[in-house]
Design a protein around this ligand. Structure first.
Ligand code: TYM
Length: 331
């Protein structure tokens, strides 16, 4: 059976980019009986930046509640918190001994931090911790430990999946077939979901729309989406519009086609945003209610995650032992 795996880090509230880029495709893949879904909360990845314990806890529960509210069935998947599975960190150390420093120097997240520092006239590595620097190794460990075949992600994570594949190939070459070679799954339409200002929706740009924002706040946020200065009745290009991009994520095929025509014949921005709000709100109403219910019963979330961690550890141990045997570390 093939394995599909993805993770989200608790560095902010789950937003529409996370939903469309990773959660929605992952939930679709989870419906395929030929695939084993393995989804998790990447809390140790978040530790590179989140330092407030209350925030870490709340945001981690938020991710758990999101998956469950959107219909992930924990009895038909492996659903856990990364920090509950120590085997991941053991493999991470092993992989770090096979990862060149040059490879880490080229990783996007680290390079972006260095670029930000140089623009601000600071030392290149100021504020960069080793966790951020070796982030791709931990991510490779997440992926390789479960022999993942498919990794549904947004475009920003492609490089990380490629690094995981590269490390797997290197290890397999030296020690014989051990790890599966993972492929990323990136859908063209949702590879980069734009945020309020038109740039990639990202917690670090503060341009996100939280998936389960309460409905009046959601409406206000949608009204803040940047639009061009075209007037009502002036044709608008749907393929250059954040409003249309988000509309496509929640409407059915027929409504999307109709909205495309309305853009081309000149819908007003106010009306387009109002249509977006209605389609989103009616889709999200029920999951939002479930999400809020889970968030007020975090003991239930704990139970789900504990069981998930047991399953994850059972699945992970044989491969970790095989790796250690091959390295001469375990007889
Ligand atoms: P994170 O938490 O930043 O984002 C979670 C997922 O959401 C996707 N995403 C987007 N997709 C489209 N448009 C956007 N604007 C957008 N913003 C975010 C991300 O691409 C990602 O798929 N390193 C990962 C977490 C991780 C992981 C893993 C993922 C840790 N280990 C193993 C896959 C496999 C991250 O920071 O995601």
């Amino acid at each position: 059976m093939k394995t599909v795996l993805t993770g989200i880090k608790p560095t902010g509230k789950v937003h529409l980019g996370n939903y469309s880029g990773a959660i929605k495709p992952a939930l679709n893949l989870a419906r395929d009986n030929e695939l084993e879904p393995i989804y998790f909360i990447a809390d140790y990845h978040a530790l590179t930046s989140v330092r407030d314990p209350g925030e870490m806890r709340e945001l981690s529960y938020g991710i758990a509640a999101t998956w469950l509210a959107l219909g992930l069935d924990p009895s038909k998947s492996i659903f856990y918190r990364q920090s509950d599975v120590p085997e991941i960190f053991e493999l991470s150390w092993i992989l770090s001994c096979f990862s060149s420093k040059g490879l880490m120097n080229r990783a996007h997240a680290y390079k972006a931090a260095v670029d930000r520092n140089s623009e601000a006239g600071r030392e290149p590595d100021e504020g960069v911790n080793i966790g951020l620097f070796t982030y791709p190794v931990l991510m490779a460990s997440d992926i390789l430990l479960f022999k993942s075949d498919l990794v549904p992600v947004g475009k920003d994570q492609i490089q990380h999946v490629e690094i995981a594949r590269h490390l797997a190939e290197g290890f397999n070459k030296q020690y014989g077939e051990t790890f599966s070679l993972p492929d990323y799954v990136v859908e063209e339409a949702t590879a980069i979901i734009p945020g309020l200002d038109g740039r990639k929706m990202s917690k670090s740009y503060q341009n996100t729309i939280p998936l389960f924002e309460e409905s009046t706040k959601l409406r206000k946020l949608l009204n803040r989406i940047n639009t061009d200065s075209s007037l009502p009745n002036e044709p608008k290009n749907p393929d250059e519009s954040v409003v249309f991009a988000l509309y496509q994520e929640f409407a059915c095929e027929k409504d999307i086609a109709r909205m495309r025509e309305r853009f081309e014949s000149g819908i007003g921005w106010g009306e387009a945003k109002s249509e977006l709000y209605h389609v989103m709100n009616s889709f999200l109403e029920e999951p939002r209610r479930k999400y809020n219910a889970y968030m007020s019963h975090t003991d239930e979330l704990e139970l789900v995650l504990e069981k998930g961690a047991e399953k994850a550890r059972d699945k992970a141990r044989p491969l970790l032992n095989e790796v250690k045997r091959k390295l001469g570390i375990r007889m």
